[in-house]
Design a protein. Structure first.
Length: 319
């Protein structure tokens, strides 16, 4: 499991044992008992944001002043991020990722956290410590609204920005301004030159477009599905997502895609499977009328015959 994926998956799972370990490791042994009691009290408070773990709330409350907390938490977070980015052993990754999250989210638990310089912190770290920049960006997503959030998004929406930071920015934008999100999404997906080992496009589809509910997100999803220049995994993910949606125009578009795609078997397979979910009669008609010759396209022939059997349709005589 990747560093950032693990941290996101455990964003709400940090508890008292880790808090005490963290407190002792940083010279707060005398405060460990108090922190235990504070954490227990916080855990009964249902008004707190689930984004901020109770460990972070307790850590933020352990400092004499917000200024002291900011100075110390910045040092701790950067120290852990350097370890993660340089010489951390595989066995250490879960603990260090949790420690990074606790320290940065403690900043978000401070009074007036929305006024903290999240953008300058992101700009100071994204080139050298992308894991720390992502945690700052996630806090900004949680805390910033309106024009402040839009200014941050427009500043970090750069091709060279770490992938996870930029994905958070676009997720924020789909919530704040879908029209601008569509424009920027089109640039990212269709106009930018892909970076080496490009994973941005499939992740954009999987993490943003699949979950988005705005009609403009569906428009972009359709564009991805029908573009033969699109990165193959992004395209197949978009086609599969259309099969799990409720778009009235999707079956006809996918049928046209099935008919015109001549080289990518996975695209044709996903298109037909999505049509079967959205419009079974249309898919049954295609299974009966579009079966290729066995010698011409054996893979597609086998797949469509299997679907015929699954749907209780007549099998070809060749079978």
């Amino acid at each position: 499991m990747g560093t950032q994926t693990y941290a996101r998956a455990h964003r709400h799972s940090l508890g008292t044992p880790f808090l005490l370990q963290l407190a002792c490791r940083h010279g707060l042994i005398a405060a460990a008992t108090w922190l235990l009691l504070f954490t227990a009290a916080c855990s009964s408070n249902s008004d707190g944001s689930p984004f901020i773990p109770e460990a972070s709330r307790a850590l933020a409350a352990s400092f004499a002043s917000p200024e002291a907390a900011i100075a110390e938490l910045q040092v701790r977070a950067r120290t852990v991020a350097v370890r993660l980015h340089t010489d951390a052993l595989v066995a250490e990754l879960p603990r260090l990722e949790d420690e990074l999250l606790v320290n940065v989210r403690a900043l978000a638990a401070l009074p007036d956290a929305a006024a903290l310089p999240w953008l300058p912190w992101i700009e100071a770290t994204w080139r050298i410590l992308p894991n720390l920049a992502e945690q700052y960006m996630l806090c900004a997503e949680e805390l910033l609204h309106g024009e402040a959030a839009l200014q941050l998004i427009r500043t970090v929406d750069l091709r060279e920005m770490p992938m996870r930071v930029r994905l958070v920015a676009h997720r924020m934008l789909w919530e704040l301004d879908p029209n601008e999100a569509l424009a920027r999404g089109n640039v990212l997906l269709f106009r930018e030159r892909p970076r080496a080992d490009d994973r941005m496009r499939p992740l954009y589809v999987e993490e943003l477009l699949v979950a988005a509910t705005h009609p403009l997100a569906l428009e972009l999803l359709l564009n991805v599905a029908t573009s033969d220049a699109m990165e193959p995994r992004a395209r197949t993910l978009a086609i599969r997502a259309l099969g799990n949606g409720t778009s009235f125009e999707a079956p006809a578009i996918l049928e046209s895609l099935f008919d015109t795609e001549s080289t990518n078997f996975l695209v044709r397979k996903e298109a037909l499977m999505s049509i079967l979910k959205l419009d079974p009669p249309r898919a049954h008609h295609m299974l009966m009328d579009r079966l290729p010759g066995r010698e011409h396209d054996p893979g597609l022939w086998e797949f469509m015959v299997t679907l015929r059997k699954q749907e209780g349709l007549p099998l070809p005589s060749e079978n």
